[in-house]
Design a protein around this ligand. Sequence first.
Ligand SMILES: [Zn+2]
Length: 516
Amino acid sequence: METERRRRRKDCRGSGAEGWSSGAKSSKRVKSEQKRDGESEEGLIPLNSWAQLLMERGSDPHSGGSEGQAQAVWVWRCDTVRLLLTPEQEELLWRVGDAVAKLINMENYRRRRLFFDGKGIDKSWKSAWKRRETDYVEIYRLLGSMNFHEVTRAVSEQWRSFAELLKARKKGKLGPWQIVHPPGYRKRGGERLPIIYVRFDNYKVDLQKKMLRLGYWNVELRFKGKPRWLVKPGAEQGRLTITYDPVKKRWYAKIAVKVTLQIERNPKSTLKAGVDLGREILAAAAVEDGTAFLYRGGPLKADYYYFERKISAVDRTHSDPKSEEMDRAILREERRRLYDKMRRRREQAFANLAAHLARTLKALNVSIVFIGYPRGIAHDAPGKGNSNSWSYWKLITRMSVTLENYGIALFTVPENGTSKTCARHGCEVVRMPRGLVKCPRGHVMHADVNAALNILARGARLLKCEAEAPDRLRVFSFTPTPSGIVEAKKRIRKTITLHSRRGNRWRARYAPSLYL
Ligand SMILES: [Zn+2]
């Protein structure tokens, strides 16, 4: 569970999208981690700060005191802006960025050798710092002591998280899909990929003039884009990371920002919701008050197959013995571009889904969400039928951050068996075509909504609070796409039409009144 938190942080850092999750430094946090270790035996894992806060306060959110009181947590977020550089500035960034990549590679080489020789894991930043006047003296001069220090810290963070993953694997807490590697080299296609770390106190952001001032190198870089978090009152800047995107051929600056999130709510009137993730239905959410949402995975899946076809066409040309080496380089570039585009489109659709869900749940006064952690699907092997392209973990991470922004707590709950029993009667259900399930007591409901209700009930039980089972359900259907959320045009009919022909496609509609 600790690993999952780590993993999430690593995930966030890798994508740089929404930034890092809340740091864990205070002694209070440590205490709660011990407690959470105990809790995780039962399977309830807090995924964001509001969930952690809830667990620290005691299991019953209704008795947690503070009625109508404001609550606050601080979290790390990340603002990404695009840099607009003069040729001289770009030259400087290449030079510095390459030196940092070289330093990271040399350090990782040294630490990897120690590790593979069985001499343990070097997690310290001091071991790299000590070599500043000897092995790395040229790089040290180029970066300055503040930024050199920041690089050594970044390297040590990677190794620390590697050590934690190893520990978790020993305890058997990792899934089979989680592969643990020691930190590798910053390279792409045989060349070093530049990266620059700037310590929090060595740069300034001018939001009016849109200028980023780097202290040690004494340059002012123009940027484009609106920082979302830096403008919040009380925001504090953290590490600045400058990277080069070889696909877009652009430079980006990622500014870590520490912000305080606040909520004010009456804990007595808040609701809970359950979310189930799947393949046909990307996410199904059910709220205590009987509202349910379906987010269809169709367009995303179509996107995946479209790009897969294009990529395999590129691969075929690439492996053709007649193609020239020059062409091959172009093809490799094209392949990278396609993968990149596919990833971006998927992440954008996830972001839209998460934002839509968070907004809707907030409007319904939901404060706690339980999400079924999908085991067994899409984790085994990336491939056609069972495609990793869904990357549930990415979706869950995105949801936890977005819900956190809206003041909603998110927990994961093991979802095993939640699709097999009736949420209302607890008896075993029979699967029917078109994603429906039939209860032996004589009613039919949507399989994913049923699972979401079961997850809601299980989560509430684990959190030791009550969840109300709704008598009737109103189901709304949406389709997340990279450009936004498309709402189903027609309200769902009262009667069930299993197969209605519309255009060339067979579609199923689900009746709300079927949940009896
Ligand atoms: Zn039933």
